[in-house]
Structure formats: structure tokens, C-alpha cells
Design a protein. Structure first.
Length: 197
């Protein structure tokens, strides 16, 4: 299932129809029904449109319903796996992951991964497949994922697992952070001009 949410760049009080229908879908997901079904969610979109914010919100809603939730950045997860392998604690890490009902993997695609990190993440996604629900945020469309993992076969196998029984939420719009920064600069520019008068 795929929906598109257009993030309004101006007033949030004037919501376009795609955003309203997308929000209804997000509210449905916040009920947590996808977790016992072992389904996943992928938030796709450019930086600053609220992917991490929504992922954390859904994670908090799941916690309130009694689900065990864990949050990782993609690079942090790859590093955790690498350290566990180095210290020979991989089985301990995998047992801990098995005990989670929902795992959030944030910022997949922001930093290209080396071969070892890509293999570690592939191992993680394989372990979670149909056993643990996942929420993944990424700034790259699926067609560009070979850039992250550096191996088309590995990427294809990973996508086959990750996109099976998944809700894909495509987010579009301007960055909230960028807009906020522009408004702050405009205010400061206005104050500077008034000071010169």
C-alpha cells in the first residue's frame, strides 16, 4: 500500500486534500495494528519534511500500547552490529532484537555504507523479516538504494524482504527546518533594517 503526503510549505491550517487523507492513514497506523501483523512502514521523502518526527510519534504510540520499541539511526545500527561482531556478542544482540515488537531505523540512505556495514544491515533486515515490525525512514527512492548498499544483488534481496507487507508513505514538500531558518533570517534582516532608520 502506498500513499503520498504533500507537506504544506505555508500555513499548516490550510491542508491540501492529499495531506488530510494521508493524515488519516497515519492516524490509523498509530493504532498499532500493523505491529502484531508484522508489517512495516517506509517513510520516503526529502530531508526536513517530518519523516523522523512521524516515525518517533508512531513509536511512542506503540510504547503507550505496551509494545517494546527500539530506535536506531541506520549508521548507528550498522556500527552496533560491527561492534557486536568484533566483541563476539552478535547472538546477544540478535536475541535483544528478537525481543522487540517494533524497531525504527532512521536516515537510511543519508550516508553510503561500506561493504561490511551493508552486510550487517542486510543481516538485520533478514532477521526481522516477518518476525519484527520495522519503520524505516529514507531520503532515497528504492531505485537509488544500490548506492547505499553498493551491491545490486544484496539491495534486491533486501528490498524484496523490506517491501513485502509494507505501508509506503511518500512525503513531498519543502523542508520545515529550511523554511524556519529562512523566516528567522528574514526577521533578523527586518530588525537590522529598522535599527538603521
Amino acid at each position: 500500500e502506498q500513499i503520498t503526503i504533500r507537506v504544506p510549505s505555508k500555513s499548516p491550517s490550510i491542508m491540501p486534500t492529499p495531506l488530510r487523507s494521508g493524515l488519516k492513514h497515519i492516524l490509523d497506523l498509530s493504532q498499532g495494528h500493523f505491529i502484531p501483523q508484522r508489517e512495516g512502514i517506509v517513510f520516503l521523502g526529502p530531508p526536513g519534511v517530518g519523516k523522523t518526527h512521524l516515525a518517533i510519534g508512531l513509536g511512542q504510540a506503540a510504547c503507550r500500547k505496551g509494545y517494546r520499541v527500539q530506535f536506531f539511526t541506520a549508521t548507528g545500527l550498522a556500527t552496533t552490529y560491527a561492534e557486536a561482531r568484533e566483541e563476539r556478542h552478535l547472538q546477544k544482540l540478535e536475541r535483544a532484537i528478537d525481543k522487540r515488537d517494533l524497531i525504527i531505523v532512521d536516515e537510511l540512505g543519508y550516508v553510503p555504507l561500506g561493504q561490511g556495514a551493508a552486510e550487517n544491515l542486510f543481516g538485520f533486515f533478514s532477521q526481522c523479516y516477518e518476525r519484527t515490525s520495522l519503520i524505516v525512514t529514507t531520503n532515497l527512492p528504492f531505485s537509488e538504494w544500490p548506492q547505499i548498499f553498493g551491491d545490486e544483488r544484496l539491495t534486491g534481496a533486501l528490498l524484496a524482504r523490506l517491501t513485502h507487507r509494507v505501508h509506503i508513505v511518500e512525503m513531498q514538500g519543502e523542508s520545515y527546518r529550511l523554511n524556519k531558518s529562512k523566516k528567522r533570517q528574514q526577521k533578523q534582516g527586518g530588525k537590522a533594517t529598522q535599527g538603521k532608520k
